[in-house]
Design a protein. Structure first.
Lengths: 436, 261
């Protein structure tokens, strides 16, 4: 089975590109931040510098690990789902479920390793740049040298491999088990996240305006709420679709497609909700905080600066990561629809109508994702603003939100339409015949 | 049952000639690796006829069907469907040409998995922006024996049932010509027979014109006449075919072309 795994990777490297990319990016982010632990652990680093470094490493490293798991899992799930026919063929040729599992997990681990190793060099450079940033702002002493040690290397490669193996295992188990419906655990987790998120957001009121940790409660509240929404996304999408009075051939087809494929599109909606919530909540809260500090006439402490750097870095990483994931999974999902598009065209759809359908689908996804992401973000922003200032809503205006929305819409619609256009280049008869 | 005059998408009366091909040629590939799939095929099919196109693999059957149905453009020659010439243009233009003139039935059904039986059936009307009448949808599906399966999805149906949905979908726009590409290729004999009867009914009862590509002599015997194709050229015609006569002729098709050389 291991031989088969290696052969299948060598024969079709393109199919593993998405997994490779997320493994590479994930490993790079994890190693970049965990190298700060190595740096802080060196002899002769003063306590203030060490604290700055370890705090950043633990906060962003934690996020990074979560994101890597999420990204690798989503690409592998799409990968395994698209190979259902191949796996079925192997099963008919006498492969046991355990053999299939070994094959898919073996492939995933190999691809993750290939992705993680070249990530070392950019991680070293990134870690050095990060340290330079902290030194420039005076948060870390100039005398501290960057170190890329065992901790960074082990955690980066280890977590990436573990995420790949775990995600592949779960995906193939789901695929070989047939279509059994479950999701009780998922729903429980979703409601738990929503409850914890709501409590986190409400607990903001227990802090005073000048508490250093004031931002933590609403930020985690917003993130947990968005995780809850993300876990519920197939149901949310179905709920939205039932209330859409769309007419026109493209709209009609789009709503029906989405309703049937709601479970498959959950990954894309999940990324959209998380992206919107985390980016909007963090950026607005940081803006409110900065303005409040400025208004009070005090200079920023090292702690406040740390927080700002961290916040912006976290948002930056999440934006890049989620965008890559969105583009990744949407590209894979759309490429896979060549046959379906061919069938629509043979039934009398013009290429414009097919693109129209893809566009409407993308629009519905974007709007749904933005809506629930914004709700989660507001749940964090409003309590924070009320406690920190005297108003209810931040006076920064809609600019940040519009920018976040524009990025989300551009990534979703752009990827979907550009990919669909490429897929449509195959003549309809050929596209239908390929998978037949 | 399928003909309700008010819903016509084109107002002119059907032309006497449903399909005419004049010196149609099509070559795939370039230079050294060029393969001539169709070599100057000329034929004319009258309205209300059921014609089978037969020939060995690689004889150009599928290319003939695709060129005649406006799915592909020939390199040279003229294609007329229902009296209107098929001219070049983009895919959108070809699609609009096919709407209302041409219906398809494929070996692999090509039903959309995300849509129910009823939704699949009315899809061509939806795409053409026409009003959809629920009662008529039920009527058409009842006529193909699926009146009680409107809400099912394709993956809940047998192969024969799926092909009957495909036929209902091909009939719903009241096209002048229905092209069927190996419609019974993936079916057992009983389902195949019911599908062939439906195609026959479309011609005899509803006056449609059916062109069916097949390699099965039994399927071909349901047609009014059989056209034989070999190496991209017409290699004969047989009226009122029987399975045995068709098989006999097919077995010796290679001999004729060899003798010609």
């Amino acid at each position: 089975m291991f031989m088969l795994a290696m052969r299948s990777i060598r024969q079709r490297p393109g199919r593993f590109l998405a997994t490779l990319l997320s493994a590479f990016l994930g490993a790079a982010v994890i190693m970049m931040f965990n190298s700060l632990y190595d740096t802080a652990g060196q002899a002769g680093v003063d306590p203030v510098s060490a604290e700055t470094l370890t705090t950043s490493a633990s906060v962003v490293g934690g996020y990074g690990t979560l994101l890597v798991f999420f990204a690798v899992a989503s690409t592998l799930t799409v990968n395994v789902r698209q190979r259902a026919a191949e796996l079925e063929l192997l099963r008919c040729s006498g492969a046991t479920p355990a053999q299939l599992r070994r094959m898919v997990v073996g492939e995933a681990v190999a691809v993750a390793l290939v992705g993680a190793v070249p990530a070392i060099a950019p991680a070293v450079l990134g870690g050095r740049a990060l340290l330079g940033m902290f030194q420039d702002s005076g948060q870390v002493a100039r005398s501290v040298d960057h170190s890329f040690g065992p901790l960074a290397l082990m955690s980066g490669v280890g977590i990436t491999l573990l995420a790949a193996a775990g995600a592949a295992f779960l995906a193939v188990r789901r695929a070989t088990r047939g279509h059994r419906r479950r999701g009780g655990a998922r729903r429980f987790l979703a409601y738990a996240a929503l409850l914890a998120g709501a409590m986190g957001a409400l607990s903001t009121f227990a802090f005073s305006a000048t508490d250093a940790a004031l931002m933590a409660a609403p930020a985690y509240g917003a993130i947990l709420l968005s995780v809850g929404f993300a876990l519920l996304s197939p149901r949310l999408l179905k709920g939205v679709l039932d209330r859409l009075p769309l007419t026109g051939a493209s709209g009609w087809l789009a709503v029906r497609n989405l309703r049937r494929r709601a479970d498959h599109l959950a990954g894309i909606l999940m990324s959209l909700i998380l992206f919107t919530a985390v980016a909007t909540a963090t950026l607005y809260m940081q803006a409110v905080e900065s303005d409040a500090v400025e208004a009070s006439g005090l200079t920023k402490s090292v702690e406040a600066k740390n927080l700002e750097t961290l916040n912006l870095t976290v948002v930056g990483i999440i934006v890049v990561f989620v965008c890559v994931m969105l583009v990744n999974s949407l590209y894979a999902a759309t490429t896979y629809r060549g046959r379906e598009f061919g069938q629509q065209r043979l039934a009398g759809a013009t290429p414009g109508q097919v693109l129209g359908t893809v566009g409407v689908e993308g629009l519905i996804l974007t709007v749904t994702g933005l809506f629930f992401g914004t709700v989660a973000a507001l749940a964090g922003i409003i309590p924070f603003t009320v406690v920190r200032t005297d108003s209810v809503l931040p006076d920064q205006g809609l600019g940040i939100w519009l920018a976040v929305g524009a990025i989300a819409a551009a990534a979703t619609l752009g990827t979907g339409l550009v990919t669909a256009r490429r897929v449509l280049r195959t003549p309809a008869v050929g596209a239908v015949g390929l998978a037949a | 049952m399928f003909r309700t005059g008010s819903r016509r998408t084109h107002d002119t009366e059907p032309a006497a000639e449903a399909l005419r091909l004049v010196k149609v040629s099509k070559t795939y590939g370039t230079d050294d690796s060029a393969v001539t799939a169709l070599d100057g095929v000329t034929l004319c099919l009258g309205r209300g006829t059921f014609t089978a196109v037969m020939g060995p693999s690689g004889s150009g059957k599928s290319t003939l069907l695709q060129c005649a149905a406006g799915l592909d453009l020939p390199d040279s020659g003229i294609v007329r469907v229902d009296g209107t010439e098929l001219t070049g243009g983009g895919e959108a233009e070809l699609t609009r040409f096919r709407r209302g003139r041409i219906g398809f039935v494929f070996q692999q059904y090509n039903l959309l998995d995300t849509l129910t039986v009823a939704q699949n059936t009315v899809l061509p009307l939806k795409l053409a922006g026409q009003r959809v009448d629920r009662r008529r949808t039920r009527e058409i599906l009842t006529a193909v024996g699926l009146g009680d399966r409107l809400g099912h999805r394709p993956d809940q149906l047998s192969g024969g049932q799926r092909q009957r949905v495909a036929i209902a979908r091909a009939l719903v726009t009241e096209p002048r010509v229905i092209f069927a590409d190996e419609p019974t290729g993936a079916l057992d004999t009983r389902s195949a027979r019911s599908v062939l009867r439906l195609l026959q009914d479309a011609v005899r009862v509803h006056g449609r014109t059916v062109v069916m590509v097949t390699h099965d002599p039994v399927a071909a015997s349901y047609a009014d006449s059989v056209l034989f194709l070999a190496d991209g050229r017409l290699a004969g015609r047989m009226d009122d075919p029987t399975p045995d006569a068709v098989a006999e002729r097919l077995a010796h098709l290679g001999d004729d072309t060899m003798a010609e050389v």
